[in-house]
Design a protein around this ligand. Sequence first.
Ligand code: AMP
Length: 249
Amino acid sequence: MTISSVLSPTPSYPVRAPRRAEATAAPAGPADAVSLSAGPAEVPKARSLAATGQATAEAAAGAPLRMLLIGPPGSGKGTQANIVKRFFHPDHISTGQILRDNIAQGTELGKQAEPYVKQGVLVPDSIMLPMVDKRLEETDSFVLDGFPRSKAQAEHLDATLARLGKPLTCVSNLDVSDATVTKRLLERGRPDDTPEIIAERLRIYHDQTEPVIAHYQAQGLLDQIPAEGKVPEVGYNLILSLNRRQRED
Ligand code: AMP
């Protein structure tokens, strides 16, 4: 499998459902999960994604992925992080999930964060920054999802990674409209997915988080990933862009 065959616009395989033997032989990747939820029209995409992962694994050997996944609430960061994880095997650090776990377990951190998470506003940096620093100290390869959410958090992150000698390899922005994410979040129905809280989270996203995109664009690290489409399509474009980045390093 060569990179050029993966990037080729003409599929190099017949368009049909994979046989069991082929499915077993496929590299560890999201193809199975994708195929389960995908309609017939998406199967070729899922197969392309598996092929992309194979090339990715070859290209990425020895180069630790250290990436940020940014995008508005409902842009699919968690879902796409899981796809990245299956191809590149980074640690998945989701700040929202860490906070929800702490809230569920009733820890001190959870008690402090809960009122902010409930209202859909940013948890103060005095709580967030030490929490993220600790996770970053424990890992060499990561996909960070949900952080940084402000210019101040981005600057802190840059300083932490410089101190740890673990520079970022790429920043992927999931580019999707407010209308699409609002629809998705209402369907998802988490406790903070009510119309009022979604509106507040989007307002905060545009006001505070969007400047982070320009911050990393200026560092030459940013890739825009169109994210209006279905999971396999977005994942395919994301894995391709990471593959390119990892090959540049
Ligand atoms: P998420 O799962 O990323 O949508 O995050 C859920 C909630 O956790 C957010 O609405 C915030 O209240 C809080 N949160 C997650 N990440 C951060 C962060 N980097 N800074 C401040 N608050 C955060």
